[in-house]
Design a protein around this ligand. Structure first.
Ligand SMILES: [Fe+2]
Length: 273
């Protein structure tokens, strides 16, 4: 297989691998650890292959807010119909940061793509952290942030188009607020990285509201430098996997009038320190 870095920041494209082959797994896993985002091109996979591949990394975490794929409760459907205007995941976020043990990663399989657009953007949170000044890193190192799903998947969000169209549901399960360090040590690589995101982080503890808001705004602006990013252009059949503990991502919603269908499997993580 051929592994081609996408940018100097993160991400790699993998050509010639097959997620169904056990013998390809070690090399894929190494690339995932190194690049945080891997794009496995031209996979001829079925839902069962998608699940088997995910389970090689760890147990599957079932997302409680996404509509599942029929016959496969472990696979979430990520869908935008041609007459819908809102896409799921348009804001910069980290999947499941509202969980006590945030997901290790997510594996997205493209089934139907628009003729153009519908790319996904990623940011390296390790690089974002490493490029902060030493005094700022020291200040952030002792802080804790609160994350929540209520304002995104809870009752107050249920008048959104995504909820009304049945793509999201189970609002009553959106009750948890959790605390994570603002800077985490990656459980596998040991690399330090920022772990706050614009969608699910509500505030930083022990700061005033004004201080927390200003600090998060400064960090978010810092994170969005193009040097820390990569952009995945999809074709049907591609599978992209990202490290949830090392990245943010965002769905680009620029394909109104076309259908885009993905299947997502999410892998269990561990509490972060
Ligand atoms: Fe996401």
């Amino acid at each position: 297989m051929e592994i081609l870095p996408l940018t100097g920041g993160l991400g790699a494209e993998i050509i010639g691998a097959d997620i169904r082959r056990q013998t390809d797994f070690n090399e894929i896993q190494d690339a995932f650890a190194k690049y945080s985002v891997i794009v496995l091109r031209e996979q001829n996979a079925e839902p069962a292959d998608h699940l088997t591949f995910a389970q090689r990394f760890g147990p599957v975490n079932i997302n409680r807010f996404f509509k599942p794929v029929e016959g496969h409760p472990e696979i979430a459907m990520v869908l935008k119909e041609k007459d819908q205007t809102a896409a799921v995941g348009e804001g910069w976020h980290t999947d499941h940061s509202y969980d006590q043990a945030p997901a290790l990663g997510s594996i997205l399989r493209a089934l139907e793509m628009p003729p153009y657009g519908g790319d996904t953007l990623f940011v390296s949170m390790g690089m974002a952290y490493e490029t902060l000044s030493t005094p700022m890193r020291k200040f952030l190192d002792g802080l804790t942030a609160v994350h929540s799903s209520r304002h995104v998947f809870g009752a107050s969000a249920m008048d959104s188009e995504a909820a009304k169209s049945g793509r999201l549901g189970n609002a009553e399960a959106a009750t948890q607020d959790v605390r994570h360090p603002v800077v985490i040590t990656h459980p596998i690589s040991g690399r330090r990285g920022l772990f706050v995101n614009p969608v699910f982080t509500t505030h930083i503890e022990d700061l005033s509201t004004a201080e927390s808001d200003a600090l998060l705004e400064m960090l978010y602006a810092h994170c969005l430098q193009p040097e820390f990013q990569c952009r995945v252009r999809w074709k049907a059949g591609d599978i992209t996997m990202w490290d949830n503990r090392a990245t943010w991502h965002k769905a680009i919603n620029d394909y109104n009038g076309f259908r885009r269908l993905m299947h997502r499997v999410t892998i269990e993580g561990v509490p972060l320190t």
